[in-house]
Design a protein around this ligand. Sequence first.
Ligand SMILES: C[S@@+](CC[C@H](N)C(=O)[O-])C[C@H]1O[C@@H](n2cnc3c(N)ncnc32)[C@H](O)[C@@H]1O
Length: 190
Amino acid sequence: MASRFDWEARYRNARGVIPDPDPFLGEALEHVRLAAPAAADAVDIACGRGQNSLALAAYGLKTVAVDYSSEALQLCAELAAEKALAVETRCFDLESTEADWGDSRFDVVAVFRYLHRPLVPLLKRIARPGGIIIYKTFTRKQLQFGTGPRKPDYLLEEKELPELFADFRHLLYRETCDFEATAALVAQKP
Ligand SMILES: C[S@@+](CC[C@H](N)C(=O)[O-])C[C@H]1O[C@@H](n2cnc3c(N)ncnc32)[C@H](O)[C@@H]1O
């Protein structure tokens, strides 16, 4: 997996380019609408350039976008300002003691294409009771393709994602393997 320095360089070179929001997010937000209609805020963990943060904000959630790449966050903040969307960017290393969440709690916790298993208890903690986790990232089957992470630490095992959130109520779970191999979960904190 790339280092913080690598990510900064990657985003600097792709300046101004932002992908579309993940299609799974639209589907997941339908579950938020039904299961947590009063949801008001969200956090997008390891948000990158923030395409999903912007979509969460466009849905109506006041969104905090977290990443350790200031390059990526700057682009996200510029786009949010342009579109008048409620996105606050926070730049810190999620895997270090820099990551001080204090009393922050969210109705929606979103994670796309990022895995650091020791962070799972924190993701559960920062979700409010009744809050929704939306998680989609690569599985081990991604190794058959030439792209994406290679290290097992960054790849989910089959059925691992629902197991990591076994104490949540599962609303949607899907593993797919077409042009990329991913697992995607929507689950609600009791
Ligand atoms: C594959 S990208 C995914 C970005 C975005 N979620 C998406 O789906 O397009 C992984 C992101 O994780 C961020 N990242 C990796 N390790 C991190 C860490 N320890 N703390 C904060 N961000 C991190 C990188 O800067 C990068 O933006």
